[in-house]
Design a binder for this molecule. Structure first.
Ligand SMILES: [Zn+2]
Length: 436
């Protein structure tokens, strides 16, 4: 098994030799950068000058950051300009994120040229986990505009000696599969359900030769185990997942060949896990909300930004041989999904159940008055059997079983009329809609 390429990259970024490179070296570096970002933002950001008025000017250990206040998504919505630390002319790109908050304002995140260069450098190293010089990568992510995720990824891949083609979001399975053939792409980057639809379509209509796709990077949405397993068995490829968001400078961490959590971009990001209720710092191994502090960001550094993702730092060394910290996969977001008496029902939980059925091409779910309406898209003709077995499998899930037995949840499963054509493709962050 190949060691994560982040290992040597972070060693190099820290200026360490192999003998002196260990977890303490990473922590010493992070402490130095944390003190830099505290002093930098206090001098340059109106938001942090006010927020950090009562905190010390420096900390003596990385756990000292736990005494600092949090930054929230609402703060980014309220007035993102107050965060900015550089003159407006130095801002290369502003990313506006659709709102999920109550105020209706969008979050905006600003990047300078140096910030974008760090992201490109991370993309280059992260992608070298699954690509090598000469590979041909089709990017199924939005937009070719300069500075967008697709564009920065393409630059990173080209530095690795790969050819990268940006297609954009999957709009038509047949067209994308024919593009893969025309470009002779052997690596794909895209949203998990989009990739799954392609593989299912290919299985039904035999467009790609066997072995065409070697590796896949799943991006922008939670990857269900069932989708990973289906992609691997349908295409015989290896699927890698990564973690990141605009606020982390896009890339935040990436799996190695051990597929055992995301090795973190520890030279650029400091990650804490907190109790989402009390805000208290949790220990390595304990699950809570992921909190991010940027260590090298110029235009818009963030201190203790609450991401809303729930996960844990995995203790110990990875089986790839690296001690670079790892974040476990993100099964849930804080308050994600539909609140039932016994917990939350999430899109990912449904993905795990429904995509076990190889006949299911896609589905959408809506919750209304204690009933879950699941609309399935099929490629195939065995609807009545599939419908029955979905009911059975949902009933096997312990959390849902209780709700169904207590009469708190009804499940209604239907089939979309024209299964093989015109199925709407949901965009990246899929979720169960809630009609109350
Ligand atoms: Zn590893």
């Amino acid at each position: 098994m190949k060691i994560t390429p982040l290992h040597d990259w972070i060693k190099h970024r820290l200026g360490c030799t192999e003998t002196h490179f260990n977890r303490s070296a990473i922590e010493r570096y992070q402490l130095e950068r944390l003190n830099w970002v505290i002093s930098y933002t206090k001098q340059r950001s109106r938001f942090y000058r006010e927020l950090l008025v009562e905190t010390p000017d420096a900390i003596s250990s990385i756990t000292g950051l736990a005494a600092f206040p949090f930054t929230t998504a609402d703060d980014l919505r309220a007035d993102p300009n107050r965060f900015v630390c550089v003159p407006q002319d130095d801002v290369q790109r502003i990313v506006t994120l659709p709102t999920s908050g109550t105020t209706g304002d969008s979050k905006r995140v600003f990047f300078g040229a140096a910030d974008q260069e760090l992201t490109v450098d991370f993309f280059k190293v992260g992608m070298s986990t699954l690509t090598e010089a000469g590979d041909r990568v089709l990017i199924l992510l939005p937009s070719i505009r300069p500075g967008t995720v697709g564009d920065l990824l393409k630059i990173g891949l080209e530095r690795l000696g790969c050819t990268a083609v940006i297609y954009g979001p999957v709009d038509d399975e047949e067209k994308v599969l024919k593009t893969i053939l025309a470009e002779n792409a052997n690596v794909l980057v895209g949203a998990p359900v989009h990739l799954h639809r392609l593989a299912r379509w290919d299985e039904a209509f035999h467009i790609l030769p066997k072995g065409q796709i070697r590796t896949i990077l799943s991006s922008t949405d939670a990857l269900a185990n069932t989708i990973r397993a289906n992609l691997q068995s349908l295409w015989g490829c290896e699927v890698f997942d990564h973690w990141g968001m605009t606020e982390t400078g896009l890339g935040g961490g990436v799996e190695c060949e051990a597929h055992s959590g995301f090795h973190l971009r520890s030279a650029d990001l400091f990650i804490e896990i907190i109790n989402p209720e009390t805000g208290e710092l949790l220990l390595e191994g304990e699950t809570g909300e992921v909190v991010v502090t940027t260590l090298t960001r110029n235009a818009m550094p963030l201190i203790r930004y609450r991401t809303g993702d729930l996960s844990r730092l995995i203790p110990g060394e990875c089986s790839c041989g690296s001690f670079i910290p790892r974040l476990d996969r993100i099964p849930n977001r804080v308050c994600a999904g539909i609140r039932l008496e016994s917990g939350f029902l999430t899109q990912l939980m449904l993905d795990e159940v429904l995509f076990q059925k190889m006949e299911i091409f896609d589905f959408s779910a809506n919750y209304e008055k204690r009933a879950l309406f699941i609309t399935c898209h099929m490629l195939g003709e065995k609807w009545s059997q599939v419908k029955e077995s979905i009911h059975y499998d949902i009933g096997q899930n312990p959390a849902l079983q209780n709700e169904i037995e207590n009469g708190n949840l009804k499940i209604n499963i239907s089939l979309v009329d024209k299964p093989n054509q015109g199925n709407p493709i949901q965009m990246y962050k899929r979720k169960i809609t809630n009609s109350g």
